[in-house]
Design a protein around this ligand. Structure first.
Ligand code: WT7
Length: 652
């Protein structure tokens, strides 16, 4: 017997035989389906589309062009309604099945189990409320809610009447909310009195009021009474949700939506400028979210499925709501956080409901791993059969802990690579088909054609490393940046003409497995949340005492990447601990807590080229404490600034 401590860690985890026998898709089937999806996309997707309920069949499956102005259209001529597909069509066979299990922040507070029939009626009723407020097909509705069932009801009610929802994560500041309301011109805002996270209250209504002080256009605010905290209600504008729905009919015919009518806008950060409104449309998105949900999570009728994301992110849209409900699954919605009241909370929830599929982020796994095995081992977790990971590359140590400790060595892990822009999972193992390698998202899903190119755009073959592109369209792809199609074409299709560029670096190994290496642009990934460095920089320079700022990511044990800010003060201002705290609070206030800088270094000067461009490569190295390999600094306007930055670096 080899001693475990000296043995090389296992790098290949074959599909467990028992799992493969029961799985929806085994290896042979994956190979055959994938090959077909690439050789005959129209035939493949037309066949898959039969799984949905159409009002009118499509005339043309795929009409997409990644060149020129870029145009992406799927299932043209078809008509369909997303809410109908997620709810009403299940009523006959699954009316009494639980659609949503809601587990509150406080483990002692009452939970809620909502059946498909109840959820369908709630959605139809609230859809009528929206109509009564004047909301019509194509109007935008902003949703700023905590993780409560009303968030699902509000989103689906929009889908039912053809309104376009824009969900803003409840952790964003009033300013961020205002910017997103204005950008898409919402007329209605849906919020709650307060949110609850880890026992702490989040003043959502007060934030919404501040946002509306300087964002025009919103005539109605619908407020969910959640905590019962006191909030100000503005006459003629604000209405309580429970009062608005009282006595309203639950009869509301679904709006026939064209396949390419917008379903939702979701703002996400890029490498430049303000957040972009990623626009997803109706039929292709729903088909892609539901097919990937079913196959990657090997969904069976009796599964209890739990995705721990927030509905404020795309993972919540596609894999708490639309994918699972379209598939008639039981989806768990959790209001709280993994570490409160203690680090055993998630496993208690797993046991409480017999969760079979658990889908979370590496940052959560690392946070729980730090607390040791005891809080995990207090629970049985016998119900679990499949684990998932999303949001950032999962380091092999965390992968193995997840596999061995959480899954007791029994549950495959599906590491899912995708983006807000892709609408659904793109590269991920099918648990009954794909042997696993810790740290690799493995192989492409149906219809996905990854291409790795070098910096000149030359496609690379075989084992290689470079920039990850996708060579052809898939139904879940975003269609445009809301209100700015040129920015869409420019951001995603101009770096490598004719290809969708993901912004990620990637390696392909000798078995054809993909290993995402992280962003190659100025986007950083903090705890699985995407932040544009430019956004944080503009927040910093908006402070009266800041002359200039440069923000980079650096390796962070729990968060994956932390936020490292170099700040140059205006002449006459002196650095102090107090000012440092003030700037941290300032950024939290401008953007939201997720943008909180971890480290701020006072920089008398920033390394710039003679043409005035900040050399971020150097700043990243210093932040990563890799200043020995700074490379060529001779092109800098003033090479001495580097010595100062290295000498005073924060990450020692
Ligand atoms: C970026 C997209 C849609 C998922 C939630 C985040 C990184 C996401 C993985 C993964 C390695 C990953 C990429 C991507 N990412 N999942 N499994 N392995 N990296 O969505 O905010 O749009 O961020 O997250 O860098 O580009 P997002």
């Amino acid at each position: 017997m080899s001693d475990d401590k000296t043995a090389e860690p296992k790098t290949l985890y074959p599909v467990p035989e028992a799992f493969a026998r029961e799985a929806l898709i085994d290896k042979a089937r994956y190979d055959e389906m994938y090959a077909r999806s690439i050789s005959d996309p129209e035939g493949f997707w037309a066949e898959q589309a039969e799984a949905l309920d159409w009002i009118r069949r499509w005339d043309r499956v795929k009409n997409t062009d990644f060149t020129g102005d870029v145009s992406i259209r799927w299932f043209e001529g078809g008509q369909i309604n997303v809410a109908w597909n997620c709810l009403d069509r299940h009523e006959a066979t699954r009316g009494a099945k639980t659609a949503i299990i809601w587990e509150p922040d406080d483990p002692k507070a009452p939970n809620r189990l909502i059946t498909y029939a109840e959820l369908a009626a709630d959605v139809r009723r609230f859809a009528n409320v929206l109509k009564a407020q004047g909301v019509k097909k194509g109007d935008r509705v902003t949703i700023y809610l905590p993780m409560i069932p009303e968030a699902a009801v509000a989103m689906l009610a929009c889908a039912r009447i053809g309104a376009v929802h824009s969900v803003v994560f409840a952790g964003f500041s009033p300013d961020s909310l205002a910017g997103r309301i204005e950008d898409c011109g919402s007329t209605v805002l849906i919020t709650a009195d307060e949110g609850l996270r880890g026992g702490r209250k989040v003043p959502l209504k007060a934030n919404a009021d501040k946002a509306l002080d300087h964002a025009g256009g919103v005539g109605t605010v619908i407020v969910v009474r959640h905590t019962g905290g006191t909030v100000a209600m503005k006459d003629g504008r604000d209405v309580w949700w429970h009062e608005a729905v009282a006595g309203v009919s639950d009869d509301c015919p679904p709006e026939p939506m064209e396949s390419e009518d917008p379903l939702f806008i979701l703002y996400t950060s890029g490498s430049t400028g303000k957040p972009k409104g990623v626009l997803h449309t109706t039929a292709g998105y729903l088909l892609y979210a539901s097919l990937t949900h079913k196959t990657v999570f090997d969904l069976k009728e009796d599964d209890v499925y739990w995705c721990t994301a927030d509905v404020g992110w795309v993972t919540g849209h596609s894999y708490i709501l639309y994918g699972p409900l379209a598939n008639g699954a039981t989806t768990l919605m959790f209001e709280g956080v993994p570490t409160w009241p203690d680090a055993g909370r998630h496993w208690e929830v797993v046991d409480k409901y017999g969760v079979t599929i658990y889908y979370t982020a590496p940052t959560a796994i690392r946070a729980l791993m730090r607390e040791g095995e005891a809080p995990v081992k207090r629970s049985s977790r016998k119900s679990l059969r499949l684990l998932g990971s999303v949001g950032e590359p999962i380091n092999p140590e965390a992968w193995r802990w997840y596999y061995d400790v959480v899954g007791d060595g029994r549950c495959p892990i599906t590491d899912t690579w995708w983006q807000t822009e892709t609408g659904g999972l793109m590269i991920a193992p099918l648990p009954g088909a794909t042997d696993l390698k810790p740290g690799s998202a493995t192989l492409p899903l149906f219809g996905v054609k990854p291409l790795i190119v070098d910096n000149e755009g030359k496609p690379l073959d075989g084992a290689c490393e470079g920039n990850l592109c996708i060579a052809d369209s898939w139904p879940g792809q975003m269609r445009t940046v809301y209100g700015d199609h040129e920015r869409f074409a420019q951001t995603y299709f101009s770096t490598f003409p004719g290809l969708y560029f993901t912004g990620d670096g990637c390696r392909r190994d000798e078995d054809g497995y993909y290993w995402i290496t992280g962003r190659v642009d100025d986007v950083i990934n903090v705890s699985g949340h995407r932040m544009g460095t430019a956004e944080i920089e503009s927040a910093l320079v908006a402070h009266a005492k800041v002359a200039e700022a440069a923000v980079v990511g650096y390796p962070h044990e729990l968060k994956g990447q932390g936020i490292y800010a170099y700040v140059t003060l205006i002449a006459g201002e002196a650095p102090s601990e107090e000012l440092r705290k003030e700037l941290v609070a300032w950024v939290r206030n401008e953007i939201g807590p997720i943008a909180t800088p971890d480290l701020i270094q006072w920089a008398p000067g920033l390394p710039k080229t003679r043409s005035g461009k900040i050399m971020r490569r150097i700043l990243r190295k210093i932040a990563a404490n890799e200043h020995d390999g700074l490379g060529d600094t001779s092109t800098l306007a003033d090479p001495t600034v580097v010595d100062d930055l290295v000498g005073n670096r924060m990450n020692k």
